[in-house]
Design a protein around this ligand. Structure first.
Ligand code: SF4
Length: 307
């Protein structure tokens, strides 16, 4: 048995394993682990029709490990297809954090030969996130999330994108699912689309089935993983507590994340599509799509200006 466990499970391979896949129990060497991750991402992209020939895919590239791995894999699996890939980095203006990740983003786009666009909170609204948070210290991640989504959507639309790909992995998706439940946010729990797809560039998450551990290991194996500082605001988010809780559950009850995600997907299938329905409206302030009245970004910036 010692001989068997010391070898990669792939037929004929004698290389030592570097990872045991939780779902199948396969023990894979670096080469077969790489092929496995890329194969599963390709399968997700194809089965869910995330990318079609002729698409312009904007990849939201923070420079962190997940989006770096996403860009690396997409540039490989889409290499031979008539698809244009462009990376967009949003610089929120977080001192001591974002500078390094922007450098990483520059390096990975250069290595992958992918066009790279950088947009910033400062250019969009005249203030960095650090400055905005000084006005409203209680919700850094809310401000950050609303403005980052806006800037990514705007950049994607300006680039003529037909898809906006983000680096959310399995752990992120399960965390979001649990946060929606903990927040009692029924609209988000059952939402599977946007009210008017024409108003927003549709988002896709090709890493949604890959556990974070595997994303990290893939990055290390490919030599594209750079340990980076954590965002100074991260500890204040509910997500941080949910991440900790889920890691403990996954450790004590392996498979918890996959089962939770599968159940959540089934729930959304049962509900059957976008429950928001109706026409999208447009913000009277900036003209961008909104779900009614002022958009979240204008609402937020307005409330900050009033202080
Ligand atoms: Fe933005 Fe919060 Fe993430 Fe920091 S932790 S990058 S503030 S969402």
């Amino acid at each position: 048995m010692a001989g068997e466990t010391g070898r990669c499970s792939s037929p004929g391979c004698t290389e030592p394993p570097i990872m045991v896949l939780r779902g199948t129990g396969e023990r894979l060497c670096a080469r077969h682990f790489t092929a496995s991750v890329e194969g599963r991402v390709r399968q997700t992209v194809e089965e869910r029709k995330m990318v079609q020939d002729g698409d312009v895919v904007v990849v939201g590239l923070s420079g962190g490990k997940d989006s770096t791995v996403l860009l690396h894999i997409l540039s490989r699996i889409l290499r031979d297809r008539p698809v244009r890939v462009v990376a967009v980095t949003v610089d929120e203006g977080i001192a001591g954090y974002r500078e390094e990740t922007v450098q990483t983003a520059r390096a990975i786009t250069a290595a992958c030969g992918v066009e790279h666009v950088i947009v910033s909170f400062e250019d969009y609204c005249g203030s960095t996130l650090d400055e905005l948070v000084r006005e409203r210290p209680e919700h850094p991640c809310t401000i950050c999330g609303v403005l980052r989504r806006r800037l990514l959507q705007n950049a994607a639309r300006d680039l003529g994108a037909t898809r906006l790909a983000t680096g959310h992995c399995l752990d992120d998706e399960v965390q979001s699912a649990l946060m929606n439940i903990l927040n009692g946010d029924v609209r988000r729990i059952v939402r599977t689309g946007v009210p008017d797809a024409g108003a927003f560039v549709p988002r896709v998450k090709p890493l949604r089935d890959i556990p974070e551990k595997e994303v990290t290991l893939y990055g290390i194996v490919q030599g594209i993983y750079t340990p980076l500082p954590e965002c100074p605001y991260a500890g204040e988010a509910l997500r941080s507590d949910v991440r900790h809780l889920l890691s403990t559950l996954e450790y004590r009850h392996p498979g918890t994340m996959e089962r939770t995600m599968a159940g959540y997907d089934r729930l959304r299938e049962r509900v059957g599509g976008c429950v928001e329905g109706g026409e999208v409206s447009y913000c009277p302030e900036c003209g961008e799509p909104s779900t009614g009245g002022l958009c979240r970004a204008c609402e937020l910036l307005g409330s900050l200006a009033d202080r």
